[in-house]
Design a binder for this molecule. Structure first.
Ligand code: FAE
Length: 556
């Protein structure tokens, strides 16, 4: 028996992803006649022609094309492949399989290099200042390159995103949160069966993402979770319950980290620029299994730039392939029978809004580009005047369920500030309702779709978060620490959890089929019509599981 045969399909897929560059995982597997190898200027011109002409001609045909390799895209690819369907996936970021000079895939958190930021010359952070006025952005310079963490900025809002094969799962904090029933009832079309989501698809997603919880005895004794214990105790004193949360980080591995028997990752400050160990990101679960079927091909560093539909009913997707420095290597068009959009709330919405504005998908309705939400995200740091530990786990494991001033459900997670010194502080990301939603417009000069998020949209989320933490502060004699947010008591102009833009039931059917475009489906976090009041990765996975099951049934 060969060693390959002894491996499970997922293990086989993982090793293929680790090796990469072969077996159809990169452009190596593409027909060379299609590649426009040219000087950057000529390539750029080629790209413009491809975008502007959008003639229904393709360099390659595939039956199923998925744009983006985050949660929505990964579920889609795996379930299609399990039905014997061939799938090609486009991913604008890197395949993270090549160690840097330090021998690690992902860079160290405090030594950012060309692996850190997506084409930025400095690190940007939600915690914008140190000591109230020193901007963090200026402190850490980075080479401009195809790094793992992107920040898409528009007036009043910075959206943080993961770039690479695995999407947000590469950079996120791996919290897998099931939203409140009240939230789903309020925001979803009535035709969606919420009981079925809770009974079938959330549990399926949790298994697929390898959800697990911290062991209570370990949590209570760990030196790295003291900050969370303080935060939970203070909430409880104010009558607000706390709970330990499902996580995609292997908590047994974390215990070994603390015991010193394995290399440190979450306990070694790793998180936002990727975890070298411990985390079950999509390249270790859904994507590994998908590639393990032998039917899924992933093209990294390849961005979908435009979509049109031919007279033959196929979709024609213009693509741009770059190297890690951003040099355009090729532009090509791929046609497909079924097109699955998994480029995330920002990526999918920006692409569709552009296609409607430039006339390549003229039938897209007026709901495309609407109902965008920051998930009502508010960042806070509190002075708690008690030790919270010099050692902290970057990957969190606890949160609270509270009611705000209007008796609306609010959820908040306890996070760490991993500086290696005791800050006598706790930090929190609070998720709330967003009565005022955002929308996208198209800037023809910049050839870009732009998020319009009003300066007043944060007002209700800020009030909700304060309603909860004012109470906790009062009971515990704690105060807000303003030094991290330029003198303000909260960070209110950033989100890790963009949602919406292509709302279910409005821009699409209730299984994500885009209205006016049969065979084109929205599979990612752009489908949610409002704030989830919960971290979105698990919901995106669960809804993709639900929708692809129905799409496959319709294909039969
Ligand atoms: P996503 O995972 O963003 O994947 C989209 C992919 O498409 C990306 O890889 C893009 O590079 C790629 N792409 C975009 N446009 C194109 C294009 N035109 N052509 C080709 N490829 C394209 O989408 N969520 C949680 O639930 N729990 C957490 O603890 C958590 N922590 C977070 C911490 C940070 C710092 C960040 C940034 C996010 C965090 N999130 C967390 C959010 C979570 O990762 C996010 O909601 C999901 O990743 C969204 O999944 P999608 O499938 O929608």
């Amino acid at each position: 028996m060969t060693s390959e045969k002894k491996m499970s399909r997922r293990q086989w897929g993982q090793s293929v992803l680790a090796v990469g560059g072969s077996l159809g995982l990169s452009s190596v597997g593409l027909p060379m006649r299609a590649l426009t190898m040219a000087a950057p200027g000529a390539a750029a011109l080629g790209m413009m022609m491809a975008e502007d002409a959008y003639a229904a001609q393709s360099d390659e045909y595939v039956p199923n094309l998925v744009i983006g390799t985050g949660y929505g895209g990964a579920v889609t690819a795996l379930r299609l492949a399990q039905q014997g369907q061939r799938v090609t996936m486009l991913e604008m970021g890197r395949l993270w399989n090549t160690p840097g000079k330090d021998g690690k895939i992902f860079c160290k958190p405090f030594s950012p290099d060309d692996r850190s930021m997506w084409f930025k010359d400095h690190v940007t952070a939600v915690f914008s200042t140190v000591a109230g006025f020193i901007p963090i952005s200026g402190l850490l310079k980075t080479p401009v390159s195809a790094g793992i963490l992107d920040v898409v900025s528009s007036p009043n809002m910075d959206v943080y995103l993961g770039r690479g094969v695995g999407g947000g799962s590469l950079v996120n904090l791996a919290m897998l949160i099931t939203p409140y029933r009240e939230t789903l009832q309020r925001i979803l079309p009535a035709s969606i069966d919420i009981n079925e989501l809770y009974n079938t698809y959330y549990p399926r997603a949790l298994v697929g993402l390898k959800g697990n919880k911290i062991r209570p005895a370990y949590f209570q004794s760990s030196a790295y979770h003291r900050y969370a214990r303080v935060a939970c105790t203070q909430a409880a004193k104010a009558g607000i319950p706390w709970r330990s949360l499902d996580s995609g980080y292997d908590m047994a591995y974390m215990e070994q980290e603390e015991a010193g028997t394995v290399p440190k990752s979450a306990l070694g400050g790793e998180g936002g620029f990727g975890n070298n160990y411990g985390k079950s990101s999509l390249d270790k679960n859904y994507l590994a299994e998908a590639v393990g079927t032998g039917l899924v091909r992933i093209q990294p560093l390849t961005e979908a730039t435009s979509i049109t539909r031919g007279d033959d009913g196929r979709y024609y997707v213009s693509t741009k392939q770059i190297d890690v420095t951003g040099t355009v290597l090729a532009t090509r068009t791929i046609s497909c029978d079924r097109l699955f959009l998994g480029a995330g709330s920002m990526g999918t919405t920006q692409l569709l809004v552009k296609c409607r504005a430039t006339g390549t998908l003229p039938n897209l309705n007026e709901h495309v580009g609407t109902r965008w939400s920051s998930n009502g995200e508010i960042f806070m740091v509190r002075n708690v005047f008690t030790p919270t530990g010099a050692k902290t786990s970057v990957l969190p494991c606890t949160g609270i369920d509270a009611l705000d001033h209007r008796n609306q459900q609010v959820y908040s997670m306890n996070i760490s500030i991993p500086l290696g010194i005791d800050l006598y502080s706790t930090a929190h990301i609070t998720m709330t309702q967003t009565p005022e939603l955002g929308r996208f417009t198209y800037d023809a000069n910049a050839r870009q779709s732009v998020l319009q998020w009003s300066s007043t949209a944060k007002t209700e989320p800020v009030t909700s978060a304060h309603a909860v933490y004012d109470r906790i502060n009062k009971v515990n004699g704690a105060t807000y620490n303003k030094s991290w947010f330029g003198g303000k008591t909260e960070g209110d102009n950033a989100t890790y959890h963009p949602l919406g833009g292509c709302p279910l039931g409005l821009a699409t059917s209730d299984i994500g089929e885009v209205k006016g475009y049969p065979g084109m489906y929205v599979m990612d976090s752009s489908m949610f019509p409002d704030s989830l009041v919960a971290n979105p990765a698990l919901s995106t996975t669960a809804f993709a599981e639900r929708n692809i099951e129905r799409i496959i049934a319709q294909m039969a």
